[in-house]
Design a binder for this molecule. Structure first.
Ligand SMILES: [Zn+2]
Length: 155
């Protein structure tokens, strides 16, 4: 596994990259990304790196999000979820990508959880996120987003 904060940073980064690409800043999409990026680690105490760390679990959960929260949230959810699987696949342990059909673990096995490389990824993702966030400040979409956010707080 990768540090939880690295997964969260990756979730935020996927959110901002996709938002910039779509020219759309949506609060629900942000929640979907932040919720999905650490989610696979809920299998920690059961069958870690298997039960939720595979493409089928991702698609099943994404279908639920699609059904209950719509297309946009499902897209953000899937990307952030996938970022988790992708990051974990870079670590020594790998991930059971095709579980339950195969227990074989796939991955590049480059580094360990909490290692210097993990921290490096965390800091670079956070830095990229912050830079894009600052850039986003000047956009029209961001003004809309702030309005939406203020309305949410006023409720
Ligand atoms: Zn994980």
């Amino acid at each position: 596994m990768v540090m939880k904060k690295t997964h969260l940073a990756a979730g935020l980064l996927t959110w901002i990259l996709l938002s910039s690409y779509l020219k759309l800043i949506d609060l629900n999409a942000l929640f979907s990304s932040v919720f999905a990026s650490p989610l696979p680690d809920f299998d920690l105490r059961i069958k870690h790196r298997a039960l939720l760390h595979n493409l089928f679990a991702m698609l099943a959960l994404a279908s639920l999000v699609l059904y209950y929260f719509g297309y946009l949230n499902a897209v953000f959810f899937t990307l952030a979820y996938f970022s988790h699987i992708l990051l974990d696949s870079l670590t020594k342990a790998g991930v059971s990508l095709l579980y339950p059909f195969s227990k074989k673990r796939y991955g590049l096995r480059l580094f360990r959880n909490g290692s210097l490389f993990d921290k490096f990824i965390f800091f670079s993702f956070t830095a990229m996120f912050l830079l894009l966030f600052i850039k986003m400040f000047s956009s029209v979409e961001f003004t809309e987003f702030l309005k939406e956010f203020k309305e949410l707080l006023a409720r």
